[in-house]
Design a binder for this molecule. Structure first.
Ligand code: FAD
Length: 403
């Protein structure tokens, strides 16, 4: 059998059950009572049609078993070190923090892979954040991020050193880059993970991410391919602590000139002008929900935020009501934040909101309903009316801070 799936004409009764069962519209039937046809460009070999056929008329080749020896050759946890103009971005430190746990569970090394020009200082910084080895490619052509050479170099390094796990930030750069790396390697890639762990039995990477619009959390494994690749959302994981005594090695890798070719040219870089404090980077956030009751009441939150140097966040209910722009939304479909202090005002604490802020160090909840779920995650809770509590807090902070 040459095709991986085929319909057996001698058994098929043209009932059409497979056409209905296919979730990818990959099976069609010209008219009733004709043998259906499978479009192999659409078929994902999910097997739904095989199960739906009562006449055993669909034959699907078993997927080749993974080569255990080939899989075992892949070791170590790799983190892609995102740098901009030589400055390593904080998402990299978060990946190193999480990568260390995975490497400990696997009993392997934690490595960073760094592409750029004049990377010595950045490489030393990665070791101080826990990398045992930094694979560095130091070339002027890699000074600025460009998809093609960065992807080609990473593919080459993965083939050379065979990491078991490859983590990358789910940033604009990471999203653009890592899919171009996964495809030539034929590796599984899970985007936008919010949780990573090692399966104690199989030692596979368990990659957890929201699915179906955030209504469920799905855990994905890539047992048959290496490396296991994942992008991770910013501010979900804790940064690896700085440890200047940590010892590691920097390995400068030689790369063939052809791999550095690019069909695009960097013209210039323009920094986005933020009109408000960038929520993802804010140390303190004051956030308002439906309990704020009307857009004018957000002025009260801005005053409190101004008094303590905080950014202003919001629940989706407040954003959907047009009380505040979407760029302020915190949660599963908004920003993920990890401030030192998060003050939730009139926010009930639904799971989708918690997904974006529950890793804050200290959560203060102000809500008139003592049963509100936000109190379950709050470090400090104030039961009462925000309209009276927030102005009192602002006045107290101003007095204490001498403002
Ligand atoms: C797929 C999906 C994705 C989602 N993504 C997000 C997301 O990214 N972010 C997000 O926030 N939500 C998200 N949601 C919506 C989420 O489920 C909730 O509907 C939303 O978080 C509720 O916002 P809220 O807490 O402000 O409003 P409510 O749930 O209505 O809560 C308002 C709270 O204010 C309190 N309150 C009212 N008046 C006062 C007062 N005067 N003083 C003190 N307290 C008062 C009430 O007791 C109540 O607890 C998503 C939902 C889905 C289905």
């Amino acid at each position: 059998m040459s095709d991986p799936i085929q319909i057996l004409n001698d058994k098929c009764v043209s009932c059409g059950a497979c056409v209905k069962a296919c979730p990818f519209d990959a099976i069609s039937q010209a008219e009733r009572k004709t043998i259906p046809v499978i479009d192999l460009t659409k078929c994902t070999l999910c097997g739904a049609c095989v199960q739906a056929c009562k006449f055993d008329a669909i034959l699907m080749q078993a997927k080749p078993a993974a080569d255990a020896n080939a899989i075992a050759a892949y070791k170590d946890v790799w983190v892609f070190a995102e740098q901009h103009e030589g400055r390593v971005q904080s998402i990299t430190y978060e990946l190193l923090g999480e990568g260390r746990k995975l490497a400990t569970d696997l009993g392997c090394r934690l490595c960073a892979v760094l592409l750029g020009h004049d990377v010595k200082a950045a490489a030393a910084g990665l070791i101080a954040r826990g990398a045992d080895i930094v694979y560095a490619v130091d070339r002027p052509e890699l000074a600025f991020f460009q998809d093609e050479p960065y992807a080609a170099v990473l593919v080459e390094l993965v083939r050379r050193h065979k990491p078991a796990i490859f983590l990358c930030g789910a940033s604009t750069m990471g999203r653009s880059l890592v899919s171009r790396v996964a495809v030539p390697l034929r590796a599984g890639l899970t985007a936008d993970c919010t949780g990573l762990a090692i399966d104690p039995e199989s030692k596979n990477l368990l990659q957890t991410r929201p699915a179906f619009g955030g209504n469920i959390m799905a855990t994905i494994v890539s047992p048959n391919a290496r490396p296991q690749m994942a992008t991770v959302r910013h501010k979900v994981m804790k940064e690896a602590p700085l440890d200047l005594t940590h010892q590691g090695k920097v390995r400068i890798e030689e790369i063939a000139f052809e791999l550095l070719a690019s069909r695009t040219r960097r013209v210039k870089f323009e920094l986005e002008v933020e009109t408000t404090l960038n929520l993802s980077e804010a140390n303190i956030i004051v956030a308002g929900g439906r309990g704020m009751q009307k857009p004018e009441n957000f002025a009260m939150l801005r005053e409190l935020a101004g008094a303590i140097g905080a950014g202003v966040g919001a629940s989706r209910a407040a954003v959907d009501a047009n009380w505040i722009p979407y760029s302020h939304q915190v949660g599963q479909t908004g920003k993920t934040v990890c401030p030192k202090i998060y003050i939730a005002c009139g926010i009930s604490g639904q799971i989708q909101h918690l997904a974006g802020m529950s890793s804050a160090d200290i959560i203060v909840a102000i809500n008139k309903d003592p049963e509100a779920p936000i109190f379950k995650v709050a470090t400090y809770g104030i039961v009462g009316d925000i309209m009276t509590i927030v102005p009192k807090l602002t006045a107290a902070f101003r007095a204490a801070l001498g403002k």
